[in-house]
Design a binder for this molecule. Structure first.
Ligand code: ATR
Length: 274
């Protein structure tokens, strides 16, 4: 009998998680099945419990349920606690639910291992102060950047994050224009602007020499942020496909105790035109 896993979200038809996890399972010879589950917007918990009762061993959680997944977890990893959001559930035999968040670890692995960009001692600008940004702050601070700044349209939201993470490291906050005249080595777009084909109001001249522009979103074309970075002379333009595969690999490791090879899977998704 295979072990059952699933990704749950709404919508879910676009999810690449089934392809990624099937490839990981094939590669590491794991006897498991992985499906996509569409949950009604008001039926997340019921759908999770149903899957658990069917013998499911774990789930990936995507939008818009990451906060609800955090709430229904009976135990949380430190990184899920810091993110206040859960993207991975692991069920145990006595109906407990471990909630984890592998998004930040996926981002760090993609930057440091796949892109060979070291975060330590670099100046890093994180754009956005929503759920996606919150999830990557602790993992970024753990790499000991020289500066971590958060820019957001609504400055107060960035300040809330600054306070929440103050015991883990020093964070600067401001509106985008407050950083005019500064230069950053790594700029990460964790806003949802790319989803609406929009560009946050970044000042020109904000990229340092040999900098990296990272958009956690991805699509067939460059996102508006990556197009802007290119116009500003940045050559290391990275979209979120690597992070997607790396966060999946972290979940897979949590469930199965084996670390799959990610590079080929990233290449495969890129070849498929995502
Ligand atoms: P998520 O969970 O995906 O992060 P969210 O919590 O709704 O979603 O947060 C969206 C983030 O994208 C916020 O930081 C938002 O900025 P505000 O807090 O000022 O609203 C940011 N965002 C969305 N569209 C944007 C745009 N066009 N320009 C700049 N920032 C944008």
């Amino acid at each position: 009998m295979p072990d059952f896993y699933a990704v749950i979200g709404n919508p879910i038809h676009h999810s690449k998680s089934p392809i990624i996890h099937k490839e990981f399972a094939r590669q590491t010879h794991q006897n498991m099945q992985y499906e996509a589950i569409l949950a009604p917007l008001d039926g997340f918990e019921t759908a999770v419990k149903r899957f658990q009762q069917r013998g499911g061993k774990g789930m990936n959680v995507t939008l818009p349920f990451k906060l609800e997944a955090y709430v229904i977890s009976t135990r949380l990893t430190d990184r899920a606690n810091a993110a206040q959001a859960v993207n991975t559930l692991k069920f145990d035999e006595n109906h407990g639910i471990l909630g984890d968040n592998t998004d930040g670890a996926g981002l760090i692995r993609d930057i440091e291992v796949n892109q060979s960009v070291v975060i330590a001692d670099k100046s890093v600008l994180l754009m956005g102060a929503g759920g996606a940004a919150r999830g990557v702050i602790l993992p970024l601070l753990e790499q000991r950047p020289r500066i971590l700044a958060i820019a957001n349209r609504t400055k107060e939201k960035a300040q809330v994050l600054q306070e929440q993470f103050s015991s883990h490291g020093n964070i600067l906050t401001g509106h985008y224009q407050d950083f005019s005249g500064e230069r950053f080595d790594i700029i990460i777009n964790a806003t949802s602007a790319s989803l609406h084909d929009e560009l946050p109001p970044l000042p020109t001249g904000i990229f340092a020499e040999k900098s990296t522009a990272y958009d956690i979103m991805y699509g067939k074309e460059l996102t508006p942020f990556l197009r802007f970075a290119k116009q500003q002379g940045v050559s290391n333009l990275v979209d979120g496909i690597g992070m997607l595969v790396e966060q999946a690999a972290e979940s897979f490791f949590l469930w199965r105790g084996v670390r799959p090879e990610t590079r080929k899977v990233i290449e495969m998704l890129r070849k498929k035109g995502q």
